[in-house]
Design a protein around this ligand. Structure first.
Ligand SMILES: Nc1nc2c(ncn2[C@@H]2O[C@H](COP(=O)(O)OP(=O)(O)O)[C@@H](O)[C@H]2O)c(=O)[nH]1
Ligand SMILES: Nc1ncnc2c1ncn2[C@@H]1O[C@H](COP(=O)(O)OP(=O)(O)O)[C@@H](O)[C@H]1O
Length: 207
């Protein structure tokens, strides 16, 4: 069975990660979104089990103790973690998985699963545009906004560790670029030839 690919999408808060991922995934089949666990309170409209699994600190710490996370990190003052069981199961079923996680998490995932992981960074066209988007979204209090904009500086300094860089200026173009990465990674020679048995023309050449 062909193993799936782990597409890890990172970038500063408010850059457009959720918007780009949602739209790209709605146009493709065979992709599954990894719903993270978080101690952050839900925003209006967010659905438990769809956007995040919203849990309290006690539950989150218990999950750390039980080694249930592939990776976890403190981001903008709250805990976030990726379910190890979900990732392992889906990837072995050949499902491609999309993760929306922070830069620390992305760098931890690639260390653990280097062969399966593709790192994609989404950057804003400018710092002032990032600020504008976050303010327009209107989901954060002023102090949370300041934390997010401050954390963005460190996140942007890690761009060079990523395989791909999408600058989200025009949303439509950014969505097309993410779809292109999703598809191009699937037909990388090393991934296709790893599964020779799937293709009869390879068998003919072997005879
Ligand atoms: N390390 C890690 N980061 C996560 C995880 N889930 C979400 N994040 C990141 O946590 C940050 C905050 O996410 P969120 O609270 O949804 O705020 P937003 O980025 O402003 O929409 C973002 O950078 C997410 O990519 C996770 O499971 N692990
Ligand atoms: N290219 C773009 N131009 C203008 N606004 C955008 C663009 N991409 C996303 N947005 C808006 O910016 C805000 C932040 O996007 P969101 O997807 O929530 O970011 P993230 O998931 O990275 O925190 C949202 O209000 C979204 O509609």
């Amino acid at each position: 069975m062909t193993k799936g690919i782990l597409y890890v999408v990172s970038g500063p808060s408010g850059v457009g990660k959720s918007s780009i991922i949602k739209s790209a995934m709605s146009k493709l089949e065979g992709f599954s979104f990894s719903v993270s666990y978080t101690t952050r309170p839900p925003r209006p409209g967010e659905v438990n089990g769809k956007d995040y699994f919203f849990v309290d600190e006690k539950t989150f710490n218990k999950m750390i103790e039980n080694d249930e996370f592939l990776e976890y990190a403190k981001v903008h003052g709250h805990m976030y973690g990726t379910s190890k069981k979900y990732i392992k199961e889906k990837i072995n079923e050949g499902m491609n998985i999309v993760l929306d996680i922070d830069v620390q998490g992305a760098l931890n995932v690639v260390k653990k699963m280097p062969k399966e992981t593709v790192l994609i960074f989404i950057a804003p066209p400018s710092y002032s545009e990032l600020k504008k988007r976050l303010m327009n979204r209107g989901t954060e209090k002023k102090e949370d906004l300041i934390i997010r904009l401050n954390d963005a500086k460190w996140e942007l300094s890690k761009i060079n560790e990523f395989d791909y860089l999408i600058v989200n200026e025009e949303l439509k173009e950014a969505i097309n670029q993410l779809i292109s990465i999703f598809i191009a990674e699937q037909i990388k020679t090393e991934r296709v030839t790893e599964h020779l048995g799937r293709y009869s023309f390879f068998k003919i050449e072997e005879e």
